[in-house]
Design a protein around this ligand. Structure first.
Ligand code: HEC
Length: 156
């Protein structure tokens, strides 16, 4: 039979408590991820994301990839470009730009920065452009989305 001194029992209690707290903390992390997928605080609706998926796959995927992660075959669409198109899934810089700048990029394409992205000003409606943005923003984690909001993502 093991007999623990009172101090040893206290130490064991502390260790158990610390373990329980760690479990509780990792549990919190999971529920935040779930929140990220529910889009509860986002400017767009699930309907826009669904519409945007179709717009994006038709007009943008050839360069930016089906899930906005960059198409590995992008050179077929941009044979004379040096740099690959940026990922729009929150892993590159798109989140540095407020909504109105994202819209302007879709309107003007890469011309203002000497780039190769085509202009969609006359190809897509305002609704379709917003839906395409909603679609690629749906891949942004809660952390990235909040950082974007913090930088004035929705400021006019
Ligand atoms: C032919 C390839 C091509 C297509 C098609 C294309 N893009 Fe792009 N896109 C690029 C490239 C390349 C850039 C970087 C700027 C440049 O070099 O023109 C870019 C930049 C962007 C940016 C700026 C990202 C940042 O981090 O600054 C956004 C937003 C964007 N594209 C959205 C779209 C959307 C939405 C569509 C579809 C409606 C689309 N693009 C279609 C090639 C493309």
């Amino acid at each position: 039979m093991l007999h623990h001194k009172p101090q040893e029992t206290n130490v064991m209690k502390t260790i158990l408590l610390a373990g329980a707290m760690l479990l509780a903390l990792s549990g919190c992390g999971e529920s935040q991820d779930e929140k990220a997928q529910s889009n509860a605080t986002r400017w767009y609706t699930q309907l826009q994301v669904d519409k945007g998926r179709a717009v994006f796959r038709q007009h943008c995927s050839v360069c930016h990839g089906e899930n906005a992660q960059v198409n590995p075959d992008w050179k077929k669409a941009l044979p004379d470009a040096q740099d690959p198109p940026p990922a729009l899934n929150g892993t590159a810089h798109a989140w540095h730009h407020p909504l109105k700048i994202l819209k302007r990029t879709i309107d003007m394409g890469g011309a203002p920065v000497g780039g190769k992205m085509p202009s969609f000003k006359n190809t897509l409606s305002e609704e379709e452009k917003e839906a395409a943005i909603a679609y690629f923003q749906s891949f942004w984690s809660e952390k990235i989305y909040e950082a974007w909001l913090g930088r004035g993502g929705l400021k006019q």
